[in-house]
Design a binder for this molecule. Sequence first.
Ligand code: 13P
Length: 269
Amino acid sequence: MNEQKRPVIIAGNWKMNKTRAEAEALAKAICQAAEGQRDLPAVVLAPPFTSLPAVVSVCSGSQVKVGAQNMDHRDAGAYTGEVAPPMLVDLGISYVIIGHSERRQYFGESNATVNLKLKAALQHHLIPIVCVGETLDERENGLTDAVVSRQTAAALADLERSQLDTLIIAYEPVWAIGTGKVCEAFEANRVCKLIRVTIANLYKDKELAQSVPVLYGGSVKASNIDEQLACSDIDGSLVGGASLNANEFISLIKSGQKRISLQAAESCS
Ligand code: 13P
């Protein structure tokens, strides 16, 4: 279990799902479940752009925060179809997912664009959730550690230590996304730890690395989350499919809550 008092974060990436009415209903159910709860993890909902204003409105005044799934790194201009960081800030968005493997795979995002987007998010005080993770082919060829370290280092290129206060990283093995093939908790924890070692080496600063929350993502559901959250280097979950159903996502939030309560009890004993 996380002994560093890092926050526990349960984030739902709704991907390209939900109309505005559906998004509102789902957000309402989650906000209602969160109301008045103690020991709540940081709960983040990341609907499609079209539903962001509606979900921000539903979540305002609640403990639930809203994130975007992507953004451009530039502030404005002739970039048809893109959404700029100041537009997200203007809507009241607090988080942004950067470099999801589906963006890398289908929309040509590279380590270089991830770095530009991360810098833009930090500049605009959006809390970045930067995704890293290997493909099945890379895993089978023994390249997991090299790929994850390289993606982490490239995302952080040219960033000062002082800029990383709000950084969140999500380890999402590509082969575990939407496949039902969850990465064993022990192995997910090992790679999350490797991400921290990479940060510690980059900045020659173990304390900094220990302060960065690292989430696991890839077929997270009610039946496997507890095992993941029991691991010392996994601080929460980035959830796709299971975040689209209110009851399922609420049970994931409850698992996060359970972990926080256990942590509090341990620190008192
Ligand atoms: P699934 O939970 O559907 O595997 O998706 C994970 C993911 O990609 C979250 O960003």
